[in-house]
Design a binder for this molecule. Sequence first.
Ligand code: AOF
Ligand code: ZN
Length: 364
Amino acid sequence: MGLAVELALRGRGATAPNPCVGAVLVSGDRVVASGWHTRYGKPHAERECLADARAKGVDPSGLTMFVTLEPCNHHGKTPPCTEALIEAGVARVVVGARDPNPVAAGGVETLREHGIEVETGVLEQRCRDLIADFLLWQNSHSPFNILKMAATLDGKIASSARRPEPVSCPESFARVHDLRSKVDAVVVGGNTFYADNPSLTCRKQGLPDDFEQPLGVIVTSRLPEDPARFTLLRERPERAIFMTTREAAVSPRADALRSRGTSVWPLPGNPGALALPCGFERLRYERGCHYTLCEGGGRFALALLNQGLADEVVHFAAPRILGDASAPSAYSGRGHIPMAEAVNLRLVDVELSGDDVMLTLRPR
Ligand code: AOF
Ligand code: ZN
């Protein structure tokens, strides 16, 4: 099942608004075929796995399939996977998570009615974590927001001089660009935008020719005086969106941005505490964003966490220490907080990323 989870992740980003799913076919203790859902509307993981078996000359009858999500039981964009499994004569199906989608659920019962042995709940938490995005799209109006942070061991994201210098190693940098290749928008706070002048593009090797760069979104109460000074606004003005206060959104600076094709969206709330949910809702429904990558800085990161909008945190801890209290911190903006009011996260994964440690966390 662990392998099926790894395979499923290969489809992550391309299956939205459907889940990513992985499957392996096992004979005894050998994996003889595998598959995953590669893209929205394409065959499901179970059918990909059976096709892989056929291509390898493996007869699936009597074998066991491990699949991260309960096989679907309905005619959607594709016919039911339960049918394919029954026809193929698979003897046993091991399921990670039950399907939260009532329209497609019920596969477990159908398979059992046809004499297939079914076991459920294997690596269940990991399989549920795998489809947290799918759950969110069904139950909320927000995109699935991944908050990315890179900090020194003492939690600093830049030196006090705030030059745009890398904190993490090249491997982590490459992982961030891999993340950028899977999201529909990259979102930053105003401090980061004005200090770093980021292009917010994906610069991963080997991108397809038709790759569409993510939207660049800036959350700030201050709009730029001279848009042409900023790479994003110079190179892709029509792919940039400012989320700002209601006052700033009707200012001459907002008009100047709009005349260049950049969108300026008003948010409720005051300059220090903009209410982000309606901005994210617009990203999803007006711009079709299913995933965003929120890249800080510290104040924006904490605002996201506080407003319950960080659905996953990817934190790179670099093995270096600044030791400078005046340098900006990874998550900041509150004062005199007792430990009982800390933002508590659940650790989902730990990996080495070159010299850094990459932590993947989820809200509790
Ligand atoms: C997927 N990929 O590998 C599995 C899914 O419209 P359809 O036919 O693509 O069906 C989508 C539903 O099928 C989806 O909501 C989920 O409940 C179920 N299983 N979906 O996209 C897969 N196994
Ligand atoms: Zn299916």
